[in-house]
Write a protein that binds this ligand. Structure first.
Ligand SMILES: *[C@@H]1O[C@H](CO)[C@@H](O)[C@H](O)[C@H]1NC(C)=O
Length: 387
């Protein structure tokens, strides 16, 4: 529920929240007729409005609805919910099949602020005589949300009343073609999901409707040929409400065979059936082949690989030795030449016989020319004591 902002707004906001929580709407509908309930964004936005004003938000917040039967996770089987986008109104629709009371909880959630408002819808379905003659038509150029508003339902009903040649006509069911195995259309203009509309009447089908059952019509439909329907049978004022003749089906419920008798119910107590006889234990299995395959074979393979590797490493060093020998030879040659050169230099130096320059002697002072006796190197500490 909406939180209460500041104290100044406390009473307004909370009062509205409480009002929203207690909003309960009661409807009474007949069994076997289509029921539609439009969830108007505007009414719910009014509930959010005080807070929206408080925060200066726009009036057109996106909104989603969550609907479920009270204390159940989902809607009852006969009731469906649809909302195209969070900026569209939502619809609850369906055909109740039995009399009784259903309580539906509707939560409207503002997707901008995540405020929520709850509404309770009490649907009371009253028994009604079944309409014995029913026809289902397919409207190709429609989408379920566009058909559910009462004004559009009336347009479609009026066309079908003319087709049936009777005023006593009721819409029994409206179904999204996608719920009946239809395909999602391309997101292009002129492509629609399609809607099935089922109508019922106490009066027998008109001649126009009965054409659908003729062999000729069915042959044309199978051949996907252009279906010829006399002009007197085409009653759609608005092109988008025109029906697909090949998908029109008639149901004569008076001719239905009676439902098969329900299965006989027993006493609910199992017949006593002696002692429990455990089944034979399964035959013992021989695991030796498995052992060979999973343990012995990989082991042998590993040993073979080990031996092979050992042979390559220790038994066949020739190739490696040859290369090493070459390297050694080159190194020896270098060594030899260096030795020779050094000896040669030494002998040349020995031949000169002159004393080496003073500057090369240790402890020679180049300014005074003094020569000091070499210091006893062990008397000088390498690192002078600190202090
Ligand atoms: C209405 O149509 C839906 C979808 O095809 C179906 O599940 C439901 O049983 C129909 N209800 C009646 C009363 O025919």
């Amino acid at each position: 529920m909406a939180g209460c902002g500041s104290w100044g707004f406390f009473f307004t906001v909370c009062a509205v929240s409480l009002f929203g929580a207690n909003a309960e709407i009661k409807v009474t509908i007949p069994v076997g007729r289509i029921f539609t309930y439009e969830l108007l964004r505007e009414t719910f936005l009014n509930d959010f409005e005080p807070l929206s004003k408080l925060y200066g938000r726009s009036y057109d917040d996106p909104m989603i609805f969550k609907c479920n039967r009270q204390s159940f996770p989902d809607l009852p089987e006969w009731l469906r919910f649809t909302q195209r986008t969070p900026y569209d109104n939502g619809f609850l629709y369906g055909t109740p099949v039995s009399a009784g009371k259903t309580i539906i909880e509707i939560y409207a959630i503002n997707k901008q602020s995540y405020e929520a408002v709850r509404q309770i819808l009490v649907i009371k379905a009253t028994a009604e005589k079944m309409l014995p003659y029913q026809a289902e038509v397919f409207i190709k150029l429609r989408e379920i949300e566009k058909v559910l508003p009462p004004s559009v339902q009336d347009e479609i009903k009026q066309d079908l009343q003319k087709l049936w040649d009777t005023e006593a006509l009721e819409i029994v069911n409206i179904t999204n073609a996608l719920d009946r195995g239809g395909r999602v259309p391309l997101p292009l203009a002129g492509h629609f999901e399609g809607v099935y509309v089922k109508v019922g009447s106490q009066q027998y089908f008109s001649d126009c409707l009965l054409r659908v059952q003729t062999a000729e019509h069915q042959k044309q439909c199978k051949a996907a040929a252009k279906v010829k329907i006399p002009g007197g049978c085409n009653f759609c004022n608005i092109p988008s409400n025109c029906i697909s003749w090949c998908k029109t089906e008639l149901f004569d419920l008076t001719k239905q065979e009676p439902a098969p008798p329900p299965p006989t119910v027993g006493s609910g107590i199992l017949v006593e059936g002696g002692d429990f006889d455990p089944p034979e234990s399964p035959p013992s299995r021989d695991f030796f082949p498995d052992y060979i395959v999973t343990v012995i074979v990989p082991l042998i393979l590993a040993i073979i690989l080990c031996v092979l590797l050992a042979y390559i490493m220790f038994g066949r060093r020739e190739g490696v030795d040859k290369r090493n020998a070459r390297t050694n030879q080159i190194q020896l040659y270098h060594h030899h030449t260096i030795h020779g050169n050094t000896d040669e230099l030494r002998s040349m130096a020995g031949d000169r016989g002159a004393s080496p320059p003073l500057s090369t002697l240790p402890m020679f002072n180049s300014r005074t020319g003094d020569r000091a006796a070499p210091l006893q190197s062990d008397s000088i500490p390498l690192i002078m004591a600190q202090q």
